[in-house]
Design a binder for this molecule. Structure first.
Ligand code: SAH
Length: 348
């Protein structure tokens, strides 16, 4: 296959994506990352959008095979933030000059429809921010209610587009249901984010190519690709972590294939590689999602161990990121960073 030809094509086939994902050729990777960076500049400019994450509960009713929050992990100290604490934290994040709040948790029905609606409404009343929900799979009526109370976006990673693997990783749950949820979220007006994990046991390069193609089919507003990190007290605790390089290749290809989409340099990538964030931003990413959950909760949200910056004071986070981002000639955005697809529509 001719690399230069492939990198300049409008559409990539699955075979071409697999070729680009394949390891072992530094020169190929350099060209791939350079092309992704050009596409990123064309569609996103030099702005990097920050999304401040509040992890409001680490209780979870699911048993995802890779995740440290899984219900069967009895070693984890569980917590729930109080609604007023969440609202207060959202305020603090906005005061730092961050315009998107991500409310994330395990699947925890203690936070019922009304409680989440209340939190969304209160935050929106007091501060001008976009709200992303990342609360797992919930009821369709709940998604609709939260959209009405002011939520803008929903992040629900598909994790893998291989339905057999999906069931293995997710305690026999169905991939088709995940897709239905994503489609429903889009239909009620959410900007939707999804994506996969790189390097889970049994996953092949063909699977990752399918993941990227699924992101295209779903017309995602954000696509997130993070490496798998083995987590203690899970069935996958002794498995190998995903590869940083393969994750970077996936992000770069996704940028080239999906074009007008937000792509984060994930915390998982930064956890496996000291320079992961910068490498990600140089391989197609335009988003960073710092964890701004207050202590002592942040230490207890252990989806995987040794998360990047977990011992840092969230209040210092923006300054630190700013230095890193400016060091590569980029800048922190001063807007909400809504869907690039929406911007397109407004301009037309
Ligand atoms: N419960 C919510 C969100 C919380 S977990 C949901 O299901 O959407 C957020 C993300 O962390 C998951 O989507 C998954 O992609 C990632 N994650 C979980 N365990 C992980 C691990 N061991 N290594 C890397 N990423 C992991």
């Amino acid at each position: 296959m001719n690399l230069d030809h492939i990198l300049n094509k409008e559409e990539l086939s699955k075979e071409e994506i697999v070729f680009l994902l394949s390891p072992g050729n530094e020169e190929k990777d350099e060209k791939l990352f350079k092309r992704a960076d050009e596409v990123r500049l064309k569609y996103c400019g030099n702005d990097v959008h920050l999304r401040g994450i509040i992890e409001l509960s680490n209780f979870c009713e699911q048993n995802c095979i890779y995740c440290g929050l899984r219900e069967e992990n009895k070693e984890l100290t569980r917590y729930r933030m109080k609604p007023e604490e969440i609202i207060e934290t959202a305020h603090t994040i906005r005061k730092l000059g961050i315009f998107t709040i991500v409310l994330q948790s395990g699947e925890d029905h203690y936070f019922d429809t009304d409680m989440i609606a209340y939190v969304i409404y209160q935050i929106k009343q007091k501060v001008d921010v976009a709200i992303t929900l990342s609360l797992g799979e919930r009821g369709l009526d709940e998604y609709r209610a939260w959209r009405i109370s002011g939520a803008d976006r929903y992040l629900l990673k598909h994790e893998t587009a291989n339905s057999k693997l999906y069931s293995i990783y997710h305690n026999q749950q169905r991939f088709e249901d995940r897709l239905e949820h994503l489609k429903f979220l889009k239909s009620v007006g959410y900007q939707i984010g999804s994506g996969n994990m790189i390097g889970l046991p049994l996953q092949t390069l063909e699977d990752i190519a399918d993941d990227i193609l699924l992101c295209k089919e779903l017309e995602l507003d954000m696509a997130a690709f993070g490496p798998f990190i083995p987590s203690p007290y899970t069935p996958y605790q002794n498995k190998q972590a995903g590869s940083v390089d393969l994750t970077l290749r996936t992000m770069a290809i996704a940028r080239i294939v999906l074009k007008r989409v937000h792509i984060p340099a994930t915390t998982a990538l930064a956890t496996l590689d000291e320079d992961g964030r910068i490498k990600g931003l140089n391989a197609g990413a335009n988003i960073v999602m710092p964890d701004l959950t207050p202590s002592p909760y942040r230490e207890q949200y252990q989806i995987y161990p040794d998360r990047k910056c977990i011992d840092e004071n969230p209040l210092n986070c923006k300054g630190c990121l700013q230095l890193q981002i400016e060091s590569i000639g980029r800048k922190i955005s001063e807007s909400r960073g809504d869907s690039l697809k929406m911007k397109d529509k407004i301009e037309l």
